[in-house]
Design a binder for this molecule. Structure first.
Ligand SMILES: [Zn+2]
Length: 157
């Protein structure tokens, strides 16, 4: 499978200079980019083939339900949705982000992750509530699975 790269706003804000082609991001990320320098970077990368994909609210809601993860923004989830879309098309999406929560979720979902800049991926594990039957993760305040009602276990990810 061919590697393609999915990048978050940090990629443009920090001006990461990596020699990769097949770079994708979402319109959610593009809308978040406010700084002038980062906007120039995004425009110049667009002319070099950066692809900006629109993600439906429906897709974002589906993933939100599945993950039940409150510490991810819609923009974070749009990147996960984009990874799924690219995988469906037969690519191997590599998510480039420094956001620790996003890295973790992407890894759980089986995507490759690359930390960029100075903040490399740390090998730290944190506990998260999990249903063994349904393979769904829950936030800390849940005790039982909303799907099958079984008691949630604590899993370290
Ligand atoms: Zn369950």
């Amino acid at each position: 499978m061919r590697n393609v790269y999915v990048v978050d706003s940090g990629f443009f804000i920090e001006g990461i200079n990596v020699n990769i082609s097949d770079v994708y991001t979402t319109s959610h990320v593009e809308k978040e980019i406010k700084s002038y320098i980062a906007r120039i970077r995004i425009e110049s990368l667009k002319s070099q083939g950066l692809k900006i994909v629109e993600i439906d609210d429906k897709d974002i809601d589906n993933i939100k339900k599945r993950l039940n993860c409150k510490n991810l923004s819609d923009t974070d989830i749009s990147l996960i949705a984009l990874c799924f879309k690219l995988r469906e098309k037969g690519y191997n999406p590599v998510l480039i982000t420094n956001d620790y929560s996003l890295q973790n979720i992407a890894k759980i979902l089986g995507f490759e992750v690359l930390g960029i800049g100075s903040k490399r991926i740390r090998k730290v594990y944190f506990p998260i509530k999990y249903c063994k039957n349904c393979k769904i993760y829950y936030s800390d305040d849940e005790k039982f699975c909303k799907n099958c009602n079984s008691k949630l276990i604590i899993k370290y990810i």
